[in-house]
Write a protein that binds this ligand. Structure first.
Ligand SMILES: Nc1nc2c(ncn2[C@@H]2O[C@H](COP(=O)(O)OP(=O)(O)OP(=O)(O)O)[C@@H](O)[C@H]2O)c(=O)[nH]1
Ligand SMILES: Nc1nc2c(ncn2[C@@H]2O[C@H](COP(=O)(O)OP(=O)(O)OP(=O)(O)O)[C@@H](O)[C@H]2O)c(=O)[nH]1
Ligand SMILES: [Mg+2]
Ligand SMILES: [Mg+2]
Lengths: 277, 291
């Protein structure tokens, strides 16, 4: 629908609609359309196919610029998993644990969501499925104490990787965000230099609020990577373009289902192509 | 806020008796952007701004109010109207009544089931909860624990791997023990998963609910329209619950979902605790959408 067309105002309006519908966001969409119009004028582009290719290149460039992999090159290696409520943190940890275990690492999970009903039991099922050890406390206990116990355990047993599951929290709740800071401090105090990886989990169905989520979490603990879940739905998750561009956080993984094997390393080219499919 | 944006877009307005075309176009662009920034679906925005245009063109500017204020008032009033002017509340006609909760993964169904149960209990109703989520790890335990917190019984059959069957059995228990209301929590499912949509339909046929509430996350983006429509077309809903309104999401999904299904938004989830549950107020969400 964007190929073989004349480059005119109507074409750019339809392109604007396509980008908005992919959740690229108003600000980023307007900037992209503006740049494309300038380039079309400068290079006297008449073919819509060329504009589309130009746009894809722009988007791929943004995502590739802040590309990153999860490199568990030293031990112990601590992965801290954060995000708002219901995005898929606990499920992602189960999937990630299985993947890392298959690479021959010894993994331990910390059930630091001591707040939500049955959060600990939910992670226990995943630990069992991924065949990894889990450290838990009592429901209602201080999450920092569970993290402390988990660190003592991995030090004692010389495990390779610790993955910390946290309670979902809205980024506009100050007390909950301070709790994240406190947990991070405990980790760096007990294991200087850790956590090496702070993963923010985002739901692909989320609109522009994902940007404010990423900003807030980055500000409170810094974020080293993003996991974009639920891409097996129909949402495109285009908001990660803005997050990459403005906050310079690499997208590391995508969630494409509810089963343990439904985790993939992020592929920028495939992602951009799917935005227009 | 919106008035300020429209004002700066329009620049100096000479006092006119009516809103003229040029002023209106500039104002409409700001309104369109504000709604898109609030995550209202693109097509819904386009239809909505057309309605605003009709209302505003040639409308009389009230004495003592300038054109910008007039336009913002029109937008606000139309938005409140579009979001559902009066909350009808739950329509529980049968005895016993059944409420079915459906929606995408992680939208807040299980938490909402408990909140709704507590809300009805406070109204003096005898409530039974059940979970037919046979998939998610510890889903049934989650509802069981929540039920315990609010002292409401939860009917579970953890060894039956058939959601529709458990629902039927829960309804039998509801009748046997003279409960007023049965609330059925279902597994999260994709709106494009035919098998799971079929399951939802089977559950619905087995319990013949008075209300089928679509639970939708307030921070959902552009796909909200397709998601809601698919659930409505394939399962059928009688109302909507918007959750996580305690976030700073603008909540444009409210206009999109109500707009495309025509179904009323009945409740708002405003936190993780059981009491964080209220009737949906269209005027509050309208001003938040407009930013
Ligand atoms: N379709 C799909 N569902 C997913 C994906 N990732 C997680 N889910 C589902 O989303 C729901 C929520 O997942 P959780 O792992 O409990 O999310 P969470 O972020 O830990 O939730 P809280 O701890 O309550 O904040 C569950 O039903 C998961 O099965 C995904 O990639 N695709
Ligand atoms: N802040 C906030 N969190 C909420 C609200 N409603 C639900 N939650 C949280 O959102 C997360 C997901 O809630 P659930 O009730 O497990 O969602 P669900 O739809 O049952 O999830 P699935 O069964 O996996 O599809 C949990 O962390 C809840 O505490 C709300 O109104 N505000
Ligand atoms: Mg969790
Ligand atoms: Mg649930």
């Amino acid at each position: 629908v964007f190929k073989g067309r004349e480059v005119n105002e109507e074409f750019f309006e339809e392109l604007e609609e396509k980008l908005i519908l992919a959740d690229i966001g108003v600000k980023t969409t307007l900037e992209l359309i503006e740049d494309l119009k300038k380039e079309a004028k400068k290079k006297k582009i008449k073919e819509s196919d060329e504009i589309l290719e130009l746009l894809k290149e722009k988007l791929k460039k943004i995502l590739l610029k802040y590309k990153g992999k999860l490199k568990t090159e030293h031990k112990p290696f601590v992965i801290f998993v954060l995000g708002v409520n219901g995005v898929g943190k606990t499920t992602t940890i189960g999937k990630l644990a299985k993947q890392l275990k298959s690479e021959g690492k010894s993994i331990v999970l910390a059930a630091a969501d001591t707040f939500r009903a049955a959060a600990i039991e939910q992670l226990e099922v995943w630990a069992d499925r991924a065949d990894t050890r889990i450290i838990k406390g009592n429901e209602g206990a201080d999450p920092a104490s569970v993290v402390f116990d988990a660190i003592q355990s991995i030090k004692a047993k010389e495990d390779d990787i610790l993955v910390i599951d946290t309670a979902g929290r809205l980024h506009n709740k100050e007390r909950l965000m301070k709790e994240i800071q406190k947990i991070k401090k405990i980790v760096s105090r007990e294991l200087p230099g850790e956590p090496s990886e702070i993963l923010l989990v985002l739901d692909a169905n989320t609109g522009q609020n994902a940007i404010s989520q990423a900003k807030a979490f980055k500000e409170i603990t810094d974020v080293t990577g993003i996991v974009l879940t639920k891409l097996d739905g129909t949402a495109k998750g285009g908001i990660v373009i803005a997050i990459c561009n403005e906050l310079k956080i690499p997208i590391k993984y995508i969630g494409i289902g509810e089963k343990i094997e439904d985790l993939r390393k992020f592929n920028p080219e495939e992602f951009v192509e799917s935005l227009f499919s | 806020a919106l008035a300020g944006k429209i004002q700066s877009a329009i620049g100096k307005i000479t006092k006119k008796g009516r809103i003229d075309e040029e002023t209106l176009n500039k104002g409409l662009r700001e309104i369109k952007l504000a709604l898109l920034e609030a995550d209202v679906n693109y097509k819904v925005v386009s239809d909505f701004t057309k309605e605003i245009r009709e209302k505003a063109l040639g409308s009389e500017v009230t004495k003592g109010v300038n054109a910008v204020q007039q336009l913002v008032k029109i937008v606000n009033d139309e938005l409140v109207k579009a979001l559902g002017e009066k909350n009808e509340g739950l329509q529980l006609k049968n005895k016993p009544s059944v409420i079915l909760l459906i929606g995408l993964q992680g939208s807040g169904k299980t938490t909402t089931a408990a909140k709704l149960a507590n809300y009805l209990k406070k109204q003096g109703k005898k409530v039974l909860l059940t979970s037919v989520d046979i998939y998610r790890p510890a889903a049934m335990l989650q509802l069981k624990k929540l039920g315990k917190q609010i002292d409401i019984p939860v009917f579970l059959q953890e060894n039956i791997k058939d959601a529709a069957k458990i629902a039927k059995n829960a309804l039998d228990r509801t009748k046997e023990e003279n409960y007023d209301v049965l609330i059925v929590d279902t597994a999260g499912r994709l709106h494009i998963d035919e098998e799971m949509l079929r399951e939802a339909k089977e559950i619905k046929e087995n319990v013949n609910p008075d209300e089928v509430l679509f639970v939708s996350d307030a921070m959902t983006g552009q796909e909200a329209v397709n998601i809601a429509k698919a659930f409505d077309d394939n399962v059928g809903m009688t109302g909507i619950v918007l959750t996580k309104l305690d976030s700073d999401a603008r909540g444009g999904v409210a206009l999109s979902v109500k707009g495309v299904t025509g179904k009323p938004i009945k409740f708002a989830g405003v936190g993780e605790k059981i009491d964080d549950f209220e009737l949906f107020y269209p005027d509050r969400v309208a001003s938040r959408i407009l930013g």
